[in-house]
Ligand binder design. Sequence first.
Ligand SMILES: [Zn+2]
Length: 186
Amino acid sequence: MQIPSEHPFVVFKYCPRCGENGFTSVSIKSMKCPVCGLEWFYNPAPAVMAIIPNSKGEILFSKRKYDPGAAMLDLPGGFVDINETSEEALIREVEEETGLVVQYFEYLFSLPNRYFYNDLLYYTLDNVFLCSIENFDQMRPDDDVSELLFLEVQKIALRQIALFSVRNLVGKIQKEEKLKQKIFRR
Ligand SMILES: [Zn+2]
C-alpha cells in the first residue's frame, strides 16, 4: 500500500497518550507506542450520501460553502454521528443542508472512499441512499451549503465536483445504465 503524505501514519509522530517519540504503524490499520504500549486503530468512518432525483431526470447537487472544495459541487450527506444509525444520519444531513424532509429512502450500496480535511486523510465508507421527496417547496440551502441546484448527471464534468468520494459516485451513475434506470424509475 502506498501511503500518502497526509496519512496519519506519516503525520503523527508522538504517542497521543504518553507523548513519547516512536509512535509508529504496525499494520495498515493501526499504530503502536513502543513506550506505553498504546495500540490505536484507524478504521474507516461511516458516512451517508443522498441521491435526490426530480421528475425531469436531474439530481440535486449542492455547492460547498467551505473548503475543502469551496464553491464546487457536492451531494447532500455527511458523516454519521456517534450513537446514530446511517438512516438517522441521512435524514438529519438532508434536512440540515437542504431543508427537505426525506419521505422514502432505499439503501443502494456502499463505496469505500477518501476525504482530505485540514491536511489529514480520513478513510470513509459512504452509504449511498436513493431518496424520494414529494415536496420541494421547503428547499433552501443551509449549514455548509451555499446553493442548491438540480443538474443532469450526464452533463457534469467530474472536475466540477469537490470530493473524491462524490466524484466516484457521480462517475458510477454516469457509467451504469441500470443504476440510472433505478434512480429515475424508467
Ligand atoms: Zn505511549
